[in-house]
Write a protein that binds this ligand. Structure first.
Ligand code: GCU
Length: 607
């Protein structure tokens, strides 16, 4: 094996999710491509108990009695005092936030207990895992009254091994979900999006052999296009010294190897795949197997580098014609979670002429990332280290790092993910620089094949001269920042007169710009919240963007109006941030066409 391949084999970073550190965590490292192992989908109607005073978890002295509601007892003996019962209580659909399912829960921030009973006959030769794609914000899970563990972070998956805990017949899952904002949380107590609470993504049960393929990664060797390398990780008693095979039939690629004593095997398949790109998003069926386990994935291959102020995809300069997206279901609103929600949002993005989406401000559900990959849409993915995080709190850092690790672990095989972003609009301080410096280092350790980004903030260094003066720009790979010239900073005309300068030579990426407009509200271009004002702002912003040296992409804020408790102007906002180019009812505003025309021009120019 020549030196380059050897170097690559060591360069392939181990993206193994860390076991959560907290003693109660109970969660285990994520299973890669877990839904390929689904045996029971637990989505649907769950019974609930709304518990604002944590009655199901503490007694009146605030001593935890967490097993109370988790016992899921039916009220069968009227002579015995019992002041709760799931069976006779209300229901919610899972997945889905509670805020938009029950009027009484629209603003609710607190605990809702969920209960699902299901019949199952476990195969005693297999292992079983209970998987949550996401729940906002913190959860504790019990199975048949047995506490499995807890998880925090509203947008990353978590799972528990439940082998030997499942009954042959009816089983009961109880989940305590608490969406109260935490000052030392990630995000902290202030954000500009609705605090949708609940089991907001799917819940499934998986089965796997006693020793199975728990993780893997395939990627092109850095700088090479004729070698696919990676690793496979087994979990189970017989993980060491096991023969494994990796096949890519369409490339007639096949390799076998043997795992080391830790159950890890590395490999290189010397084949030259057709490279993925937005115009031709080629994906290959990949089969990974050991004697009694096999898993299939669809994986694309491409090279991604930053060269000065250029982003190079497969060695060619690209311009990221992007748009920012919050994870809100089009039309009904509320937290998005389905493939259908993703397809509608990505249809709108492609109508706009986008080849790139910023999935703000937290990891979106897997459906969106996979649908974008199949469509040739590049992705900026981020963790909600947003605004005034508690930089000096070690537990806050551990939480942020765990969310970063889980985001990268889940999507490391999605070739369309180009940027892992570690922060959004975070005030510069020594503590913040240390916190983010550690996160950036961790991101690179976990994945050295993607760009590390952050949405920094701009500064006016002299009248009409704008730049980004942030030490983070020395650490991350993009000169990425949010700017609201013409909205929060001056009027639309200011765009015409300002110019930008940067000392750090990296690809410039405007991760937010925009302004608000209520669909159907018309007037003079100087009247705020009219479609004409937003249209005029976009025209002038584009004129300014075209003067930015080294601009490699932008993700205007934002595709669709979205709910936020900060947007209270009755008659205009009604709890909606109106910077969308499309209303929450799917109506395209005049500015939509301004951006679409520009992207059309850019697409033509770069052919
Ligand atoms: C900020 C922030 C967004 C917010 C936007 C706005 O840049 O990053 O989350 O929604 O501004 O004020 O609309």
């Amino acid at each position: 094996m020549n030196l380059r391949y050897l170097l690559f084999a060591t360069a392939v970073s181990v993206t193994t999710a860390l076991f959560s550190s907290s003693p109660d965590s109970g969660t285990r490292s994520l299973i890669q491509n877990s839904h390929a192992r689904d045996v029971v989908n637990l989505d649907g109607t769950w019974k609930i108990i709304i518990d604002p005073f944590e009655n199901g978890y503490y007694d009146y002295r605030l001593v935890p009695t967490d097993a109370l509601y988790a016992q899921d007892k039916d009220l069968t003996d009227p002579t015995k005092l019992q002041e709760y019962e799931f069976e006779s209580d209300r229901s919610l659909n899972v997945p889905g936030d509670w805020n938009t399912q029950m009027d009484q829960l629209y603003y609710y921030e607190g605990t809702v207990w969920y209960r699902k009973r299901f019949n199952y006959n476990p195969d005693s030769t297999k292992r079983q895992f209970l998987n949550f794609d996401g729940a906002n914000y913190s959860s504790i899970v019990w199975l048949n009254g047995q506490r499995l563990g807890s998880h925090r972070g509203g947008y990353t998956p978590f799972c528990f091994e439940v082998t030997d805990l499942l009954k042959d017949g009816e089983n009961s899952i109880v989940v305590k979900v608490d969406n109260k904002r935490q000052p030392n949380g990630v995000p902290t107590v202030n954000s500009d999006w609705w605090n949708y609470g609940g089991l907001t993504r799917s819940v499934t049960l998986q089965e796997a052999p006693s020793t199975f393929i728990s993780d893997y990664r395939l990627t092109l060797a850095p700088g090479l296009t004729d070698a696919i390398g990676g690793y496979i990780i087994l979990d189970g008693a017989e993980k060491g010294g096991r023969q494994f095979t990796v096949k890519i039939p369409e490339l007639k690629g096949e390799i076998t190897g043997v795992t080391d004593s830790d159950g890890r095997g590395e490999f290189i398949i010397k084949k030259k795949p057709q490279l993925w790109n937005p115009e031709s998003p080629k994906l290959y069926d990949v089969w990974l197997s050991i004697a009694d386990d096999e898993i299939k994935d669809r994986i694309g291959f491409r090279t991604l580098t930053a060269d000065g102020t250029k982003i190079l995809l497969n060695g060619k300069e690209i311009f990221c014609r992007g748009i920012s997206i919050h994870e809100e279901a089009p039309y009904p609103g509320g937290r998005g979670w389905s493939r259908e929600h993703a397809e509608t949002l990505l249809d709108w993005a492609q109508d706009l002429g986008c080849n790139f989406v910023r999935l703000a401000h937290y990891p979106h559900n897997e459906n969106t990332v996979k649908a974008a990959e199949e469509r040739g849409i590049m992705v900026w993915s981020e963790i909600p280290v947003y605004w005034t995080i508690h930089w000096e709190d070690a537990d806050t850092y551990a939480n942020a790092e765990q969310q970063l690790t889980d985001m990268i672990s889940r999507d490391k095989n999605r070739c369309n993910v180009m940027v892992w972003s570690i922060a959004n609009e975070t005030p510069v301080s020594d503590a913040r620089n240390i916190f983010l410096g550690s996160l950036a280092k961790k991101a690179r350790e976990l994945d050295s094949t993607r760009l590390i980004g952050a949405a920094m903030e701009k500064h006016e260094v002299a009248p009409g001269v704008l730049t980004v003066d942030d030490p983070l720009s020395e650490i991350i790979d993009l000169m990425s920042f949010n700017e609201y010239v013409g909205w929060y900073d001056g009027t639309n005309e200011k765009c015409d007169s300002v110019n930008w300068t940067f000392t750090v030579k990296k690809p410039v990426f405007v991760s937010e710009f925009g302004g608000g407009a209520k669909y159907g509200y018309h007037g003079r271009a100087t009247t705020l919240f009219t479609e004409e004002n937003q249209e005029d702002l976009y025209r002038r912003q584009i004129g300014m963007l075209e003067r930015i040296p080294g601009l490699a992409g932008c993700t205007p804020w934002i595709l669709k109006d979205f709910r936020s408790p900060r947007r209270q102007l009755r008659g205009i906002q009604n709890d909606y941030n109106r910077k969308g180019l499309i209303s929450e009812q799917g109506q395209k505003k005049k500015a939509f066409y301004v951006l679409r025309d520009w992207y059309e021009k850019l697409r033509g120019a770069r052919k």
